[in-house]
Write a protein that binds this ligand. Structure first.
Ligand code: URA
Length: 242
Protein backbone atom coordinates (compact mmCIF):
# COMPACT_ATOMS: atom_id res chain seq x y z
CA UNK A 1 0.00 0.00 0.00
CA UNK A 2 1.21 3.54 -0.75
CA UNK A 3 2.38 5.48 2.28
CA UNK A 4 0.12 8.48 1.58
CA UNK A 5 -2.93 6.18 1.36
CA UNK A 6 -1.93 4.44 4.60
CA UNK A 7 -1.83 7.79 6.38
CA UNK A 8 -5.02 9.13 4.79
CA UNK A 9 -6.91 5.89 5.61
CA UNK A 10 -5.88 6.34 9.23
CA UNK A 11 -7.34 9.82 9.35
CA UNK A 12 -4.08 11.80 9.02
CA UNK A 13 -5.88 14.35 6.86
CA UNK A 14 -6.60 14.06 3.16
CA UNK A 15 -4.29 12.32 0.75
CA UNK A 16 -2.64 15.65 -0.13
CA UNK A 17 -2.26 16.57 3.56
CA UNK A 18 -0.59 13.18 4.09
CA UNK A 19 1.76 14.00 1.20
CA UNK A 20 2.60 17.32 2.87
CA UNK A 21 3.57 15.53 6.09
CA UNK A 22 5.81 13.21 4.11
CA UNK A 23 7.42 16.07 2.17
CA UNK A 24 8.05 17.99 5.40
CA UNK A 25 9.97 14.95 6.74
CA UNK A 26 7.40 14.42 9.49
CA UNK A 27 6.91 10.76 8.58
CA UNK A 28 9.27 7.85 9.21
CA UNK A 29 8.98 4.26 8.03
CA UNK A 30 10.93 1.78 10.14
CA UNK A 31 12.97 4.66 11.53
CA UNK A 32 14.03 6.07 8.14
CA UNK A 33 12.71 8.88 5.97
CA UNK A 34 10.65 7.43 3.12
CA UNK A 35 11.51 7.93 -0.56
CA UNK A 36 8.19 9.77 -1.05
CA UNK A 37 4.41 9.45 -0.79
CA UNK A 38 4.51 6.56 -3.24
CA UNK A 39 6.67 4.39 -0.98
CA UNK A 40 5.09 1.00 -0.40
CA UNK A 41 4.39 -0.01 3.20
CA UNK A 42 3.04 -3.26 4.62
CA UNK A 43 0.26 -2.72 7.18
CA UNK A 44 1.03 -4.66 10.33
CA UNK A 45 4.69 -5.16 9.34
CA UNK A 46 6.24 -1.74 8.79
CA UNK A 47 6.30 0.83 11.57
CA UNK A 48 4.91 4.15 10.41
CA UNK A 49 5.44 7.22 12.60
CA UNK A 50 3.88 10.60 11.82
CA UNK A 51 4.82 13.66 13.90
CA UNK A 52 6.29 11.38 16.54
CA UNK A 53 3.18 9.17 16.83
CA UNK A 54 3.07 5.52 15.78
CA UNK A 55 0.26 5.08 13.28
CA UNK A 56 -1.11 1.55 13.34
CA UNK A 57 -3.20 0.50 10.37
CA UNK A 58 -6.75 -0.69 10.95
CA UNK A 59 -8.52 -2.17 7.99
CA UNK A 60 -11.91 -2.43 9.63
CA UNK A 61 -13.48 -0.65 12.56
CA UNK A 62 -16.67 -1.73 14.36
CA UNK A 63 -18.62 0.45 16.75
CA UNK A 64 -21.84 -0.13 18.67
CA UNK A 65 -23.81 3.10 19.07
CA UNK A 66 -26.85 3.60 21.25
CA UNK A 67 -28.50 5.92 18.76
CA UNK A 68 -30.33 8.74 20.49
CA UNK A 69 -33.55 10.25 19.19
CA UNK A 70 -33.13 13.33 16.99
CA UNK A 71 -30.21 12.26 14.83
CA UNK A 72 -30.42 10.63 11.43
CA UNK A 73 -28.90 7.33 10.29
CA UNK A 74 -26.81 8.80 7.50
CA UNK A 75 -23.18 9.64 6.84
CA UNK A 76 -23.91 13.29 6.06
CA UNK A 77 -26.98 15.49 6.29
CA UNK A 78 -27.40 19.20 5.62
CA UNK A 79 -29.96 19.78 8.33
CA UNK A 80 -29.63 17.23 11.08
CA UNK A 81 -26.98 15.76 13.28
CA UNK A 82 -26.00 12.33 11.96
CA UNK A 83 -25.02 9.17 13.79
CA UNK A 84 -21.52 9.60 12.35
CA UNK A 85 -21.14 12.95 14.14
CA UNK A 86 -21.37 11.02 17.41
CA UNK A 87 -18.43 8.70 16.64
CA UNK A 88 -15.58 11.05 17.51
CA UNK A 89 -12.74 8.58 18.14
CA UNK A 90 -12.33 6.80 14.85
CA UNK A 91 -9.40 6.12 12.51
CA UNK A 92 -11.19 5.32 9.29
CA UNK A 93 -13.03 7.88 7.25
CA UNK A 94 -15.10 5.36 5.32
CA UNK A 95 -17.40 4.32 8.19
CA UNK A 96 -21.15 4.10 7.69
CA UNK A 97 -24.21 2.94 9.67
CA UNK A 98 -25.43 -0.58 8.91
CA UNK A 99 -29.05 0.04 8.01
CA UNK A 100 -31.26 2.79 9.31
CA UNK A 101 -33.20 3.61 12.40
CA UNK A 102 -35.81 6.36 12.14
CA UNK A 103 -34.93 9.79 13.53
CA UNK A 104 -37.14 9.16 16.57
CA UNK A 105 -35.92 5.57 17.14
CA UNK A 106 -33.24 4.81 19.71
CA UNK A 107 -30.95 1.90 20.23
CA UNK A 108 -28.47 -0.43 18.65
CA UNK A 109 -26.79 0.76 15.50
CA UNK A 110 -23.66 -0.84 14.11
CA UNK A 111 -21.14 1.54 12.53
CA UNK A 112 -18.39 0.02 10.42
CA UNK A 113 -16.56 0.12 7.11
CA UNK A 114 -16.92 -3.65 6.63
CA UNK A 115 -19.09 -3.76 3.51
CA UNK A 116 -19.28 -7.57 3.38
CA UNK A 117 -20.56 -7.79 6.95
CA UNK A 118 -23.06 -5.01 6.30
CA UNK A 119 -24.35 -6.85 3.25
CA UNK A 120 -24.71 -10.07 5.21
CA UNK A 121 -26.68 -8.33 7.93
CA UNK A 122 -28.98 -6.38 5.62
CA UNK A 123 -29.59 -8.64 2.62
CA UNK A 124 -33.29 -9.65 2.68
CA UNK A 125 -32.44 -13.32 2.01
CA UNK A 126 -30.37 -13.59 5.19
CA UNK A 127 -33.33 -13.06 7.56
CA UNK A 128 -31.18 -11.61 10.33
CA UNK A 129 -33.38 -11.16 13.43
CA UNK A 130 -33.74 -7.70 14.97
CA UNK A 131 -35.40 -7.25 18.34
CA UNK A 132 -37.12 -4.04 19.38
CA UNK A 133 -38.65 -2.77 22.59
CA UNK A 134 -41.65 -0.50 22.02
CA UNK A 135 -44.38 1.40 23.82
CA UNK A 136 -47.57 1.12 21.83
CA UNK A 137 -50.82 3.02 22.20
CA UNK A 138 -53.80 0.94 23.30
CA UNK A 139 -54.00 -2.66 24.34
CA UNK A 140 -51.90 -5.13 22.36
CA UNK A 141 -53.76 -8.44 22.40
CA UNK A 142 -53.22 -12.18 21.99
CA UNK A 143 -54.91 -11.76 18.61
CA UNK A 144 -52.16 -9.31 17.57
CA UNK A 145 -49.54 -11.89 18.61
CA UNK A 146 -51.18 -14.44 16.30
CA UNK A 147 -51.49 -11.94 13.46
CA UNK A 148 -47.83 -10.88 13.77
CA UNK A 149 -46.79 -14.55 13.75
CA UNK A 150 -48.90 -15.14 10.65
CA UNK A 151 -47.76 -12.04 8.74
CA UNK A 152 -49.20 -8.54 8.43
CA UNK A 153 -50.37 -6.63 5.37
CA UNK A 154 -48.43 -3.38 5.49
CA UNK A 155 -49.24 -2.49 1.90
CA UNK A 156 -46.33 -4.35 0.35
CA UNK A 157 -46.61 -7.05 -2.28
CA UNK A 158 -46.32 -9.77 0.38
CA UNK A 159 -47.28 -10.08 4.02
CA UNK A 160 -44.50 -9.44 6.53
CA UNK A 161 -42.46 -12.48 7.53
CA UNK A 162 -43.53 -14.20 10.77
CA UNK A 163 -42.60 -11.98 13.70
CA UNK A 164 -42.44 -12.77 17.41
CA UNK A 165 -44.48 -10.37 19.50
CA UNK A 166 -44.33 -10.49 23.30
CA UNK A 167 -46.42 -8.41 25.63
CA UNK A 168 -44.45 -7.16 28.64
CA UNK A 169 -47.03 -4.99 30.39
CA UNK A 170 -50.08 -2.83 29.80
CA UNK A 171 -50.80 0.25 31.88
CA UNK A 172 -53.10 3.18 31.21
CA UNK A 173 -53.68 2.04 27.65
CA UNK A 174 -50.00 1.88 26.77
CA UNK A 175 -48.58 -1.59 26.10
CA UNK A 176 -44.89 -2.37 26.41
CA UNK A 177 -43.80 -5.05 23.98
CA UNK A 178 -40.79 -6.83 22.48
CA UNK A 179 -40.88 -7.62 18.79
CA UNK A 180 -38.46 -9.67 16.74
CA UNK A 181 -38.58 -9.28 12.97
CA UNK A 182 -36.34 -10.76 10.30
CA UNK A 183 -36.83 -8.06 7.68
CA UNK A 184 -36.00 -4.38 7.50
CA UNK A 185 -38.74 -2.69 5.52
CA UNK A 186 -39.08 1.09 5.77
CA UNK A 187 -40.78 2.01 9.09
CA UNK A 188 -41.59 -1.67 9.45
CA UNK A 189 -42.40 -1.86 13.15
CA UNK A 190 -44.52 1.30 13.05
CA UNK A 191 -46.38 0.08 9.96
CA UNK A 192 -47.05 -3.34 11.50
CA UNK A 193 -48.72 -1.78 14.52
CA UNK A 194 -50.52 0.76 12.37
CA UNK A 195 -51.99 -2.17 10.41
CA UNK A 196 -53.59 -3.48 13.63
CA UNK A 197 -54.86 -0.03 14.60
CA UNK A 198 -52.13 0.97 17.06
CA UNK A 199 -49.43 3.58 17.21
CA UNK A 200 -45.80 3.13 18.24
CA UNK A 201 -45.05 5.82 20.82
CA UNK A 202 -41.45 4.84 21.56
CA UNK A 203 -39.11 2.48 19.73
CA UNK A 204 -35.71 1.15 20.65
CA UNK A 205 -33.64 -1.56 18.95
CA UNK A 206 -32.10 -4.02 21.39
CA UNK A 207 -30.33 -6.52 19.14
CA UNK A 208 -29.33 -7.35 15.61
CA UNK A 209 -28.18 -10.87 14.75
CA UNK A 210 -25.88 -12.00 17.55
CA UNK A 211 -25.19 -8.46 18.75
CA UNK A 212 -26.98 -7.02 21.78
CA UNK A 213 -27.03 -3.39 22.81
CA UNK A 214 -24.72 -2.84 25.79
CA UNK A 215 -27.04 -1.65 28.54
CA UNK A 216 -24.29 0.54 30.00
CA UNK A 217 -24.35 2.78 26.90
CA UNK A 218 -26.56 5.82 27.44
CA UNK A 219 -28.28 7.25 24.35
CA UNK A 220 -25.55 8.92 22.27
CA UNK A 221 -22.76 6.78 23.75
CA UNK A 222 -20.77 4.24 21.78
CA UNK A 223 -17.92 1.78 22.10
CA UNK A 224 -15.83 -0.48 19.91
CA UNK A 225 -17.06 -4.04 19.47
CA UNK A 226 -15.03 -6.75 21.17
CA UNK A 227 -13.43 -9.49 19.04
CA UNK A 228 -16.05 -11.86 20.43
CA UNK A 229 -18.89 -9.59 19.32
CA UNK A 230 -17.41 -9.18 15.85
CA UNK A 231 -17.18 -12.96 15.48
CA UNK A 232 -20.68 -13.44 16.83
CA UNK A 233 -22.02 -10.98 14.31
CA UNK A 234 -20.09 -12.53 11.45
CA UNK A 235 -20.95 -16.11 12.32
CA UNK A 236 -24.51 -15.33 13.33
CA UNK A 237 -25.25 -13.43 10.17
CA UNK A 238 -23.51 -15.92 7.89
CA UNK A 239 -25.21 -18.89 9.51
CA UNK A 240 -28.62 -17.56 8.52
CA UNK A 241 -27.76 -17.70 4.81
CA UNK A 242 -30.05 -20.03 2.83
N1 URA B 1 -39.11 -0.04 12.40
C1 URA B 1 -39.52 1.23 12.42
O1 URA B 1 -40.69 1.51 12.22
N2 URA B 1 -38.60 2.19 12.67
C2 URA B 1 -37.30 1.93 12.91
O2 URA B 1 -36.51 2.85 13.15
C3 URA B 1 -36.89 0.58 12.89
C4 URA B 1 -37.82 -0.38 12.62
Amino acid sequence: MRLDKYLADMGIGTRSEAKQHIRKNQVYVNGALPAGPQQQVKPGKDEVVCQGKVINYTEYEYFMLNKPQGCVSAVTDREHQTVMDLITEKNRKDLFPVGRLDKDTEGLLLITNDGALSHNLLAPGKHVPKTYFAKVSGQVTAFDITEFARGIDIGEEKLTKPAKLEILSCKEMVTEIMLTITEGKFHQVKRMFEAVGKEVLFLKRLSMGGLRLDVSLAPGAYRRLTEEEINLLKNGSMAKEK
